[in-house]
Ligand binder design. Structure first.
Ligand SMILES: [Zn+2]
Ligand SMILES: [Zn+2]
Length: 407
């Protein structure tokens, strides 16, 4: 069956490219998606797949029920774009000024739709169900995943697989990682409150700029001196604003920054430590502070069994030498929420190819993918889904794994 699926994916590849380019030309920002979910739903409906729209807001969920009983596998693709102006010189360049698919989510969507088309034609042979989760708003916290889960997109789902097309790895490579793989990404904001006055009379003021200078240096020591060195973390001050004139000490100074972690205990610790340093430094100098720590997506933690299962199957598709263990990625992904609910994995499909101009990092105005990566992704997702269903089939005499044995 899998070979038949690969053959059919190959033959509908031009259609996947067409879908991807259409989405690329008509990108929509996170939480503002209208036409994209409409197109996705219409396509799934045309395949005779059960479709639910408006899931968690703007999500679309297609359920393909196999003719034979079995487990339910979810596959996820996100479909939002970014507030970036497309600077590529290609025929499928974005037609919306200032909005661009600069992360490859158009490719994710086209990949999953292509796979839905092929699998829907083979439902007679399907030993279980496949749920296609088309997610809105991955790029902007709180993200679409959490709302879609609350709206039931994982109900009845036994396992989930998803991938990110990845331009910093060459096409033909697949990366996996067990355990914490992508970071929790949080934001902090500190307002330092002093008492302004004349720049020539500092003794009559409480200077929030000096407070800020000390705080920025002190914050560097959270990771170097406080956090367990075996657990990675980042504390970055991304902006510091204070004052306007050369001879005036302002009342207030404000800094904002980001914290990246892989472990909940480190995340809690850093939230606490930043607050304590801000309070003690500002108070020690006679001022005060206001501190807000806003949690973004949690760390993405891949489940061991499903990840190694996927890695083995990927070797059959791209060859053993082209499947590699990823380094941890400090970027965040709201796919993390799905993995908090059901077992599964999130892997990376190489999509870089300098000869096609696909050599820029994600979120770059010239970002592009080698579109053949969609075929690699579709085959790998198909293999994961079909092999999972086969392994857990309730009526397959060839399977010696027993009834409903968990993965
Ligand atoms: Zn992105
Ligand atoms: Zn992305």
């Amino acid at each position: 069956l899998l070979n038949e699926i690969y053959r059919q994916l190959q033959s509908i590849y031009p259609e996947m490219v067409e879908i991807r380019r259409d989405l690329h030309m008509h990108p929509e920002l996170s939480f503002q998606e209208v036409e994209t979910p409409r197109k996705v739903a219409a396509y799934l409906q045309s395949l005779g797949i059960e479709v639910r729209t408006g899931v968690g807001g703007k999500g679309v969920v297609g359920t393909l029920r196999g003719a034979l009983p079995g487990k339910t596998v979810a596959l996820r693709a996100d479909f939002d774009a970014l507030p970036i102006h497309d600077e590529k010189d290609v025929p499928y360049k974005s037609t919306v000024p200032g909005v661009m698919h600069a992360c490859g989510h158009d490719g994710h969507t086209a990949t999953l739709l292509g796979l839905a088309k092929v699998l829907s034609g083979l439902r007679d042979q399907l030993q279980g169900n496949v749920v296609f989760i088309h997610q809105f708003a991955e790029e902007l916290a709180p993200g679409g995943a959490i709302a879609m889960i609350e709206d039931g997109c994982l109900d009845g789902v036994d396992v989930i697989f998803g991938t990110h097309l990845w331009s910093s790895q060459p096409v033909g490579l697949i990366g996996y990682r067990v355990g914490p793989t992508m970071a929790a990404s949080d934001r902090f904001e500190i307002e330092l409150i002093g008492r302004g006055g004349h720049g020539a009379a500092p003794h009559e003021t409480v200077d929030p700029i000096v407070m800020g200078g000390q705080l920025i240096v002190a914050l560097q020591q959270i990771v170097s001196r406080k956090v367990n060195p075996t657990k990675p973390a980042v504390v970055t001050v991304g902006a510091f604003h204070a004052g306007e004139a050369f001879n005036v000490i302002p009342d207030r100074a404000k800094m904002i920054g980001t914290v990246r972690t892989f472990h909940e205990d480190v995340r809690d610790q850093i939230e606490r430590e930043i607050g304590e340093l801000a309070a003690s430094i500002s108070e020690g100098m006679g001022g005060s502070c206001e501190y807000i720590f806003s949690r973004g997506y949690p760390a993405l933690v891949n489940h061991p069994q499903e990840t190694l299962f996927l890695a083995d199957l990927a070797k059959e598709i791209v060859g053993e030498q082209n499947v590699f263990e990823l380094d941890q990625i400090m970027g965040g992904e709201d796919y993390a929420y799905y993995l908090q609910k059901v077992p599964g994995t999130f892997f990376f499909t190489g999509a870089g190819n300098p000869s096609l101009g696909a050599e820029y990092p994600h979120h770059h105005p010239k970002f592009d993918i080698d579109e053949t990566s969609m075929l690699v992704a579709a085959k790998t997702l198909a293999s994961a889904a079909l092999n999972y269903l086969k392994l857990h089939a309730v009526d397959d005499p060839a399977s010696n794994k027993g009834l409903n044995r968990p993965a």
